[in-house]
Design a protein around this ligand. Structure first.
Ligand code: SAH
Ligand code: SF4
Ligand code: F3S
Length: 472
């Protein structure tokens, strides 16, 4: 009895302390603005929307004007050296803003946080806080301390954090398409990749919170959601009590059933984990787009083994055949790395030939960039000269560009259902949108049509990267 009283008292005190902290924060954050830039993959853009929600609770409103903000945040990427260089350049710009307006706080978020935490806080004097991808809930505390002049750091990775209960604040939104994070981290150990180190262990988000987020988006006028994870095919949620499970195909079905007018996309699929069940589910629902991003990285089995991708060329080819077999009208895209450690000219030729085999609609293509701390950095020499890596990359890009162009030329004259996303980049007289195959189409506006609506677009011309069409 007595223990209970003590317990209750301490809980009450904690609550009061919490209220006091909230009040203090509200005072500190009154009329304050934050500005945020995001680099790297869609996960980072999605995370910035979680950050915006956490800061919003605190009282900070988003602004697009860096000079007018009280808190400048940069959500960073470590995937290649170039990504990190971009961040360093941006920090120099922020430094100038800070000099003009002392008191402006600068925070580094995301994947560079863990790797460069000390460097940021010690060498780059302008950085006031460094916060890793699993520690965004500590932002109110860190921001509050930074206002008082104390630099803050939290880069702890978590095995549980999925931010499932946080309702993201959509930033730079077109009001039509949105990302939903369905899982975090990655359990694969591809030898070239820094992500398992920057984002930690894989964990799946509670599926009903995903369906609730998608439903809310639909009710607010959104018509397309992209389910995000580093390896969506290994999504697996287990009910803590009943042990009932939900896999990726089942999750996708739950989201597809929300409304036939809500389009579903997903990224990224891993060749070792994508199942026929996923492809059958895609075939069953018209609103799940016929598009799979299935990064191969290399077309050669020896290199794939060194990369620790855990599949070989034959396995990959079988997966591609199975996809085209179950869903003939599916577009597949890829990621490719040229010049990985010890790659020979013949092995590079295998990467070219798999592009032809898989007939990718498009690819993201990179030359290998050694990342400190990865398995490849520890075990293999980065022995392909930069000029060779770049020449091989150019060959890969040229081939993919030719194949993408062929894809597009083949569909001139076809008509597709397109979701209008808004004005095209180049002209306010044009709309832009995407086909089920994730191809960008620009087309003339027409009376009676607006963003967020579907229309039928006949393709009239193309380049390797975009389509031109007209509403029919
Ligand atoms: N989870 C995804 C990849 C995420 S990273 C997957 O497994 O496919 C996005 C892409 O960056 C990778 O597919 C890879 O092609 C590229 N990449 C990752 N590390 C790299 C490195 N060290 N050098 C060059 N490209 C790299
Ligand atoms: Fe990196 Fe491999 Fe995980 Fe993709 S699957 S994030 S490449 S470790
Ligand atoms: Fe970059 Fe991190 Fe994404 S390293 S690619 S932002 S997971």
């Amino acid at each position: 009895m007595e223990t209970n009283t003590i317990d209750n008292k301490s809980i009450d005190e904690e609550k009061q302390g919490d209220v006091f902290f909230q009040e203090q924060l509200a005072n500190k954050a009154a009329n304050k603005h934050f500005y945020i830039e995001s680099y790297g993959c869609a996960m980072n853009f999605s995370d910035s929307e979680i950050v915006a929600s956490i800061l919003g609770e605190m009282g900070y409103a988003p602004t697009k004007e860096m000079d007018q903000s009280d808190l400048i945040l940069i959500n960073t990427c470590s995937i290649r050296e170039k990504a990190e260089d971009t961040v360093r350049k941006r920090l120099r710009i922020f430094d100038k803003v800070k000099k003009k307006k002392p008191g402006t706080l600068v925070g580094v978020l995301g994947c560079m946080a863990e790797r460069l935490k000390h460097k940021f806080l010690e060498q780059e004097k302008l950085v006031d806080m460094v916060v890793g991808p699993d520690a965004y809930r500590s932002l109110p505390q860190l921001v509050s301390e930074a206002i008082d002049g104390d630099k803050g750091l939290n880069v702890l990775l978590s095995r549980e954090e999925t931010y499932a209960d946080i309702s993201p604040v959509r930033l730079n939104s077109n009001g039509v398409t949105a990302f939903i994070s369905i899982m975090r981290g990655c359990n694969n150990m591809c030898s070239f990749c820094i992500v398992p180190f920057t984002r930690g262990r894989e964990r799946s988000r509670e599926p009903f919170s995903i369906v609730a987020e998608a439903t809310e988006l639909f009710n607010n006028g959104y018509r397309e959601v992209t389910l995000l994870g580093q390896n969506v095919d290994s999504f697996l949620w287990k009910h803590p009590e009943t042990e009932e499970t939900v896999n990726f195909a089942q999750l996708m079905e739950m989201v597809a059933k929300i409304h036939p007018d809500l389009r579903i996309r997903f990224s990224t699929s891993h060749p070792k984990d994508i199942t026929d069940e996923v492809v059958h589910t895609m075939a069953k629902y018209e609103n799940i787009c016929n598009y799979i991003h299935l990064p191969v990285q290399s077309g050669n089995s020896r290199i794939l083994k060194l990369m620790n991708r855990t599949y070989d060329r034959e396995w990959y080819e079988e997966r591609v055949k199975s996809i085209y077999n179950i869903l003939p009208d599916c577009a597949i895209s890829s990621d490719m790395i040229s010049g990985f450690c010890t790659e020979t000219e013949e092995e590079h030729q295998d990467s070219l030939s798999i592009i032809e085999f898989a007939n990718y609609s498009m690819s993201y293509m990179f030359f290998y960039s050694e990342r400190p701390g990865t398995l490849a950095a520890k075990k293999y020499e980065d022995d392909i000269p930069l000029a060779v890596k770049k020449r091989r990359l150019t060959e890969i890009i040229n081939l993919q560009t030719a194949i993408s162009l062929k894809h597009n030329e083949n569909i001139v004259g076809n008509t597709y259902k397109v979701l209008i996303e808004g004005n095209s980049k180049k002209s306010d007289l044009d709309f832009k949108g995407r086909t089920t195959h994730n191809k960008l189409v620009n087309f003339n506006k027409k009376e009676g049509y607006k963003a967020g609506e579907y229309c039928m677009v006949k393709i009239t011309s193309c380049t390797s990267a975009t389509l031109r069409g007209e509403i029919v």
